[in-house]
Design a protein around this ligand. Structure first.
Ligand code: FES
Length: 146
């Protein structure tokens, strides 16, 4: 194998790994929910919205997605720990594309910026964090203040 063939084969292997990673992440995407309510600038989401039943097993999702009419982009609501939530607007801070949320990261398909599940930039070209909203909760409901 000459140098040119080696470089070509290496590039194909990298592209394949990247594609596989995206495919694996795509398998774990969150679900859009429609059963939330909005009163003024306050959105209410039942905590049970994180629960799905798959093959007779109850699974707690790491995040859910909702699209209020008053916003141009959806919100990803992540369960950060046992009692905390993070509501993140899925609009890239680089040039405004809609970003794609996954269980452990948020990726912009336009130019490759990446964010963690708190909305903080982990890879450019974006240089500022995603917009987040204040959340509060009671025993049954999570409230997002727009
Ligand atoms: S618009 Fe997201 S990285 Fe450019």
């Amino acid at each position: 194998m000459n140098r040119r063939d080696f470089i070509g084969a290496s590039c194909m292997a990298c592209a394949g790994m990247t594609g596989l990673t995206v495919l694996l992440q795509a398998c774990t995407t969150g679900k859009y929910i429609s059963d939330f309510s909005q009163s003024g600038t306050k959105i209410s989401v039942k905590k049970t919205a994180f629960t799905v039943v798959k093959k007779d097993k109850t699974v707690e999702q790491k995040y859910i997605l909702l699209k209020p009419d008053s916003l141009q982009f959806p919100i990803a609501l992540y369960k950060v720990n046992a009692s905390g939530y993070k509501a993140i607007l899925l609009q890239c801070t680089h040039q405004g594309c809609e970003v794609s949320p996954y269980e452990t990261t948020i990726v912009c398909p336009c130019h490759g910026a990446e964010f963690n599940t708190k909305g903080e930039v982990t890879q450019g070209p974006a240089d500022s964090n995603l917009r987040t909203f204040t959340t509060t909760e009671d025993n049954e409901t999570i409230y997002i203040q727009l």
